[in-house]
Design a protein around this ligand. Structure first.
Ligand SMILES: [Zn+2]
Length: 406
């Protein structure tokens, strides 16, 4: 019986390895309702043409697509040509190293869709079982992409400042982020401060400058907003090694992303840090109530800290994937911040975090950000607000968060 089940399972694994990636992840998802021709008013086109859009979250490093990111691809939401067409100046590319992918038992108690992605796309053997190796593989891909003339790698504050001097709009700056520190496989519950520092350094050397403690499941550092502990009503916040990790991220000038962390973990991160924080891709409970989205108190705390909240373009973040809902969520977020002590202008703390290529469907691709500009303009927001929401806020926080040279 067990043998028959095993044979069936291995067969299925091989099948999913070969077809699963294309059929279920990059083919059925990562789609847009509208491809290509995005209709915006002439005023919106003119304003958008002068913007430098900054998007806090896309998962494009997870997919191979041949040389599609650089050469152009019909697959997924993002490639260089579409980023440039969308006036994107700064794109955070986040590395996913484990995800459920909607798989449920009998695929195991801890479903690992990234194993299918890794095998199915011919990633090196060491990535098949290891989230750490998957992070390193994708970081190497990011470094390879940044060798292209149209791309700037953001490692130090000077890199961003030099990039901002160039107003041509012909290049895009890529910041490498990590979606969940479970990829730091060298760490465990009893790790010392020195061991934590060494592992954070190892990831920084690869180019990572923005890190979220969590993805969609609990880890040794504490509970995820979507993990078992929160579901069971036990949100204990950061573990002792989680506290060491957050302190070390702060010390090594890594931008901390609170997206996917549990409410008590976000409280602990706020308590242990002083630098601006981001929630790179999220919605807000006040607009779309669910456990993945940011509660009112956290929206206000991130803003008081000078941080930025990247409003997502997908269903779970904003209720559906319409431009109307994206802008509604932005306005509701601003409403939470109006009159808040220590917050000059609510729109200083709102940005975008599309989750393009994050195994989600969206209303449009990376060349369609003009639709958000169009909707903001239609609702009477002035050019200054639009400029900040569409990019300048995130640029400000990244600039403050990147390490200075020397
Ligand atoms: Zn995510």
């Amino acid at each position: 019986m067990l043998m028959r089940w095993l044979v069936w399972f291995l067969g299925l694994t091989r099948w999913t390895a070969r077809f699963g990636v294309w059929a279920f992840d990059d083919g059925l998802r990562n789609r847009a309702d509208v491809e290509g021709a995005y209709a915006a008013s002439p005023e919106a086109e003119a304003l958008h043409g002068s913007l430098r859009v900054a998007d806090g979250h896309a998962d494009s490093l997870m997919y191979e697509r041949g040389n599609g990111f650089l050469a152009g691809s019909r697959r997924g939401h993002v490639d260089v040509a579409r980023l440039l067409k969308g006036r994107v100046g700064l794109q955070v590319l986040t590395v996913v190293t484990r995800a459920s992918g909607g798989l449920a038992p009998p695929f195991g108690a801890q479903p690992d869709a990234l194993k299918i992605i890794a095998k199915g796309q011919g990633w090196p053997v060491e990535t098949w079982e290891s989230p750490r190796a998957r992070a390193m593989h994708q970081a190497a891909k990011w470094r390879r992409w940044t060798e292209d003339d149209r791309i700037v790698a953001l490692r130090e504050r000077d890199d961003l400042e030099a990039f901002l001097q160039d107003g041509s709009g012909g290049r895009v700056a890529l910041l490498l982020g990590l979606e969940g520190c479970h990829a730091m496989e060298g760490l465990h519950a009893g790790s010392s401060a020195g061991e934590v520092a060494a592992e954070v350094s190892a990831f920084r050397r690869e180019g990572f400058r923005l890190m979220g403690v969590h993805h969609q499941f609990d880890n040794v550092f504490g509970p995820s907003s979507e993990g078992d502990a929160v579901a069971a009503g036990r949100d204990g916040g950061l573990s002792p090694v989680g506290e060491l990790l957050v302190q070390e991220l702060e010390r090594q000038e890594v931008l901390i992303d609170v997206a996917h962390s549990s409410p008590a973990v976000v409280d602990d991160i706020l308590r242990l840090t002083k630098r601006p924080l981001v929630s790179s891709h999220t919605g807000v409970v006040a607009h779309t109530p669910n456990g993945r989205n940011l509660g009112d108190a956290h929206v206000r705390a991130i803003a008081r800290r000078g941080g930025v909240i990247g409003i997502g373009y997908w269903k779970e973040a904003v209720g559906d994937r319409s431009v109307k809902s994206i802008v509604d969520a932005m306005e509701v977020t601003a409403g939470l911040l109006r009159g808040e002590e220590g917050v000059d202008d609510p729109y200083d703390h709102i940005g975008i975090g599309s989750d393009f290529d994050g195994a989600v469907n969206t209303g449009f691709n990376a060349d369609g950000h003009v639709l958000v500009t169009d909707e903001l303009l239609r609702r009477g927001h002035d050019a200054g607000v639009i400029r900040r929401v569409m990019g300048a806020n995130l640029v400000r926080v990244v600039k403050a968060g990147l390490p200075g040279r020397g």
